[in-house]
Every structure is written in C-alpha cells, then in structure tokens.
Design a protein around this ligand. Structure first.
Ligand SMILES: *Cc1c(COP(=O)(O)O)cnc(C)c1O
Length: 237
C-alpha cells in the first residue's frame, strides 16, 4: 500500500514536470496550468491518493458515478470537482449539487437550464463552453463557427459565469492535426474576447496523450486520467 501511494505521487510529479517543461518551451509559467485528475472508473481510495499527491481538481464525466463517489468522499478533503462529460438536461440539477464547475456546456438550452437552477439556489455557476474543435461527428460541443454566438448568448445568462472554452483533441496520431485543434481553441477564445469585449481566460485542453502540445498552445487546465492513474504505464511519454 505504501508503494502504491508513492507511485501515485511519482506519477503526479512526473506529469507536473512534463507540464513545466512544455510551459517553459512556450515561455509560460508552470503555475498557469492546473492539473485536473480525471477519475472516471477509479475508486474513491485512488482519488484520495491523487488529491494527496497534489492535483488541483477532480474531473468526472458521469453524474451518477460522481454522486456515488461524493457520498463516500471525506468532508475534510476539499478539492474542486469538475464535470467534464456530456450533461443531459434532466441531470442538470443533480450536477449542480455535485460539481463546482461544469466544463462541458455544449448547448444553449443546457446553459439556460443551469442558469435557472443556479438562480434558484442563489448561486453563480462557473462554466466552460465545449467546442468541437476537431469537428469529429462522435463529439459533443459547439462547432467552431458557432462559438462566438454561443458565448454571446451564454454570457447574458445571469447565474452563469463563463470562464473560457474546453475541447477534446482529435483522436489521431497526426500531431499536426492535434496541435491545430488546440491552436483553434485559443484563437476562438481570443476572438470571443475581442468581439464581445469579454475577458475569458481559461482553456481546458490536453489529455494523457497530448497535454504537452496543449500547454504549448496555451492550455490553462489539462485533464489527465491514464497518465496518473494507470499503474501499467507509469512514466510513459
Ligand atoms: C477520460 C477523459 C479525460 C482523460 O483522458 P486520459 O486520456 O485518460 O488522460 C479527459 N477529458 C475527458 C472529457 C475525459 O472523458
């Protein structure tokens, strides 16, 4: 067990180091990039270890799974919970009880429902707008050309706080294609800020296989699962 804990710490440290190197390469500071541990399919015990190892947030992609885990979560262990998966409107209320940030707002009706529910609870919900930067048919998110209009509509909802954009990189070994999806997300954020006079700062992009490129392209939150939880591939690059 002691060995397991040490390994988890080693893997988190290794990811942090790789983030730092990528940041440096792009003239950025390592602390500009938060590390979100995506813990779908992992046990609460593993999640506690990963929080002890110093990640900045927990990410889950299913409401039901997150609810079961939160029920077992130690109250003393304060860490932000991020929703990173597709959220159905009929689960929005439950999601609001479970999560501190919804990264995966992918439709105007969902944003509207979340804002109304947040208003009823007297709170402001931080969100990211999900963009399908790679235009893969299997993915959720606004098409890039709709992002500015979507941001405009969402920014007007009084109980949401729009912090930035989120995307999932394309599922391909073609590094050029992956990088250009991340570049596109950054350009979209800048365009939204310029067009709508907003000040969105967050870019949630980068997973186990592509986070260094995402950091080089301006990511402020990487969402990492396998690279920190997988015992089988400890330090893989
Ligand atoms: C699973 C998941 C991740 C983490 O993926 P890894 O490749 O395991 O790092 C990140 N973002 C979302 C939305 C996910 O569903």
């Amino acid at each position: 067990m002691v060995g397991l804990v040490a390994d988890m710490k080693d893997r988190v440290n290794a990811v942090r180091e790789r983030i730092a190197l990528a940041a440096q390469k792009a003239g950025r500071k390592p602390h500009e990039v938060r590390l979100v541990a995506v813990s779908k399919g992992r046990s609460v015990e593993e999640m506690i270890e990963v929080v002890r190892a110093g990640v900045d947030a927990i990410g889950e992609n299913r409401v039901q799974e997150a609810a079961q885990k939160r029920a077992l979560w130690p109250a003393s262990m304060a860490v932000p919970w991020h929703m990173v998966g597709h959220l159905q409107r009929n689960k929005a209320s439950k999601a609001l009880d479970l999560f501190d940030i919804i990264q995966s707002v992918d439709s105007i009706p969902l944003a509207y429902v979340l804002s109304c529910l947040a208003a009823r609870r007297g709170k402001i919900l931080p969100i990211l707008l999900e963009v399908n930067a790679s235009r893969e048919g299997s993915k959720y998110g606004f098409p890039p050309e709709e992002a500015v209009n979507a941001a405009e509509a969402i920014a007007e909802l009084s109980n949401l706080s729009l912090l930035g954009l989120m995307t999932i990189g394309p599922l391909t070994d073609d590094r050029v294609q992956v990088r250009s999806a991340f570049e596109l997300l950054r350009e979209l954020r800048d365009k939204i800020n310029e067009t709508l006079k907003l000040n969105l700062s967050e870019l949630s992009m980068g997973m186990s296989d592509d986070f260094e490129m995402a950091v080089e392209e301006g990511s402020t939150m990487v969402r990492i699962g396998r690279a920190i939880f997988d015992l089988k591939r400890p330090f893989e690059g």
